[in-house]
Design a protein around this ligand. Structure first.
Ligand SMILES: CC(C)(COP(=O)(O)OP(=O)(O)OC[C@H]1O[C@@H](n2cnc3c(N)ncnc32)[C@H](O)[C@@H]1OP(=O)(O)O)[C@@H](O)C(=O)NCCC(=O)NCCS
Length: 164
């Protein structure tokens, strides 16, 4: 557990291949069915639509999030904050940064899937303007859990807070 939290040591930047091993540690601590290491590598190396951000805290990766930019839509693929660093507003900052990044690239709306049991994430998304518009039955293959499909409209003004 982090005892000496200092926000000045926090940097938000693009994910690189050098971050993947550290990202995997947070991924494994955050999800019952974590992505593979190769999944992140493929996203970074081969997916021209993908953009991934990390929170680097004094050299330690403590959170990350990704989005696919497709036409005027941003599809959020993944977001996690290390359990030791939750409840510090970092997940919200990451989400807002992804939304800014998408807006700066001309996106008008964003979408994501979330487990019906994941009330924490749903609360975060609703706070940011996402609404549930449908259900994908059995979307999660580890336990056949349903996913809520959520969408949000983005403000139209440009926001260049995070480089795309
Ligand atoms: C979802 C997650 C990214 C939130 O990150 P976080 O940094 O802890 O969240 P924040 O501190 O930024 O909280 C922002 C908002 O999220 C919601 N939230 C956060 N923790 C919550 C909790 N324990 N209970 C209810 N709502 C909560 C609240 O709306 C909160 O806003 P508020 O502080 O004004 O109430 C984090 O819990 C996580 O990594 N979970 C595991 C991975 C995961 O489920 N990812 C989403 C997959 S779809």
């Amino acid at each position: 557990m982090e005892t000496d939290w200092n926000p000045e040591k926090l940097e938000l930047r693009r994910m690189t291949l050098a971050d993947v091993d550290a990202v995997m540690q947070v991924e494994r601590r955050s999800f019952s069915a974590p992505w593979s290491r190769q999944a992140f590598v493929t996203e970074l190396v081969e997916n021209q639509f993908a953009r991934y951000l990390v929170f680097d805290y004094d050299g330690r990766i403590i959170g990350y999030a990704g989005v696919w930019l497709i036409l005027d839509e941003g599809h959020i693929t993944n977001i996690a904050i290390d359990p030791d660093f939750r409840g510090k507003n970092l997940g919200e900052i990451l989400m807002r940064s992804l939304m800014s990044l998408c807006m700066s690239q001309g996106a008008r709306k964003m979408t994501l899937e979330v487990r019906v049991s994941n009330l924490v994430a749903q609360t975060l998304y609703k706070k940011l303007g996402f609404e549930t518009v449908g259900v994908r039955k059995g979307y999660y293959t580890d336990n056949q859990e349903d996913a809520y499909i959520m969408w949000a409209d983005l403000p139209l003004e440009e926001n260049k807070a995070v480089d795309a």
